[in-house]
Design a protein around this ligand. Sequence first.
Ligand SMILES: *[C@@H]1O[C@H](CO)[C@@H](O)[C@H](O)[C@H]1NC(C)=O
Ligand SMILES: *[C@@H]1O[C@H](CO)[C@@H](O)[C@H](O)[C@H]1NC(C)=O
Ligand SMILES: *[C@@H]1O[C@H](CO)[C@@H](O)[C@H](O)[C@H]1NC(C)=O
Length: 446
Amino acid sequence: MVCGVLTLLLPGLSLAASLADLVRPDGVVPTSGQERPPRPTSTPRPGNYIKAALRKEQVQITNKVTSTSNVTTANSISALGPAPALPFAYSVNLGNPGQIIEVVVDTASYELYVNPDCARAANPTFCASAGRYDAADSGSSQNLTTRFGVSFGTGGYSGTYFSDVLTLGDDYWPVTSQQFGVATASAYVWAGMMGLGYGEGYNTPYPTLLDRLVDDGYISQRVFSVGLGGEGSGNSDIIFGGVDYHKFEGWMEPVEIWPSPAEQMEQFGQVGYWVNLTSLGHTRPDQQATDQLTPTGFTQMMLLDTGSTFSYMDSDLVAALAQQFDAALDDEQGVYYVSCSYLHGTGGDGYVHFGFNQGGVVIDVKYEDFIIDLGGRCALGVQPADVGAATWVLGDTFIRGAYIVFDQYYDAVWLANYRPCGEEAVADLGEDPGEQLWTEIYGGCE
Ligand SMILES: *[C@@H]1O[C@H](CO)[C@@H](O)[C@H](O)[C@H]1NC(C)=O
Ligand SMILES: *[C@@H]1O[C@H](CO)[C@@H](O)[C@H](O)[C@H]1NC(C)=O
Ligand SMILES: *[C@@H]1O[C@H](CO)[C@@H](O)[C@H](O)[C@H]1NC(C)=O
């Protein structure tokens, strides 16, 4: 058995439970590679959750990007690179009467921002179509008069905090007096942003949207599930306080956020969804065998970032992967160009494999989901970390292969391969989401 990754937890944070506290009914503490309980016979209970449908937006970015960000700077927009961005967007409904504004869903930042300066946006046309918030048109708007400023590797927003009612999800649940930033100046950014990282007590002194969903009793803990899905797999959505067990098969694997949020605050001054990647592999369409591109014992901390189109890794690793795709590097842009035929199924059953917990879970991303269509040319979905972003990022080219529960209660992300079946089936994640995910919620349609 592998040495227990999950038992190497740092002394606990009082706010949340730790994975080491996750004692099964039979008294056993789960560790990586340990056998899971028998498959449950009952159906998980439905209950309180908020589901929000996401849309994939193609935004053509022409700017050449050079980034100076590092681990201590919010990394999100910086990771867009010299390419079209294909972020997953959500239309928030702000104010009374509601104003509809399209924002990028971003797990690598933590606040809600609206009203970028479209004249300085990387794509002014998209920016103009995304909608703007006008405080004067809302009866419930409040100018909080405090200023904010946030910079990403490439650009950022500054302006004034406001509060207003925000209605969320397919059922339009109201969150009253939600604080958010209304930009009066910005650079590069071409839409608003909905940050879903750690909020109050960590990255912000006030309750963020995710915090408010808990404070207002809509959901029990700060947890949400993301299923973006691959090309042509239909709906992308985010479920606050719930999990769709028809989007994956079997048990989800908990991967500890590392360093712990408390340690990240100490070391970086902010907290992100960082996890250790423990292997990278590859299977060519015409082969059965998987080539491991990383040595035994490999670990690399990676930031899970839905706001990033590309993933970013060590240049050696990217080069090794690129070789498998016969990709050619454009030195100036840091983009590896590949044949667009991979997009249209000629990638067959080729996969890129991302391993966590020393093989406890391996996410298999199909070739066609790992390639980005730049409009006529196609790029490998991973770039060297020193080009677009100075950090290691698991962006949408990874996330599309996975179903993920972001769990701020256990400080973990729960991973499974994205394998949709049948109709949607959402289980409520209650007071103890880890206990449920460990013992009750088993994916699949059987
Ligand atoms: C990261 O960036 C910040 C702000 O630009 C800078 O002060 C800090 O020294 C940098 N840290 C490292 C490790 O490069
Ligand atoms: C909000 O308040 C600030 C500070 O008083 C002010 O400068 C700004 O113009 C106000 N914004 C709006 C839209 O009223
Ligand atoms: C992550 O990897 C580092 C080494 O790179 C290791 O020290 C740490 O214990 C790992 N964390 C977890 C949770 O596996």
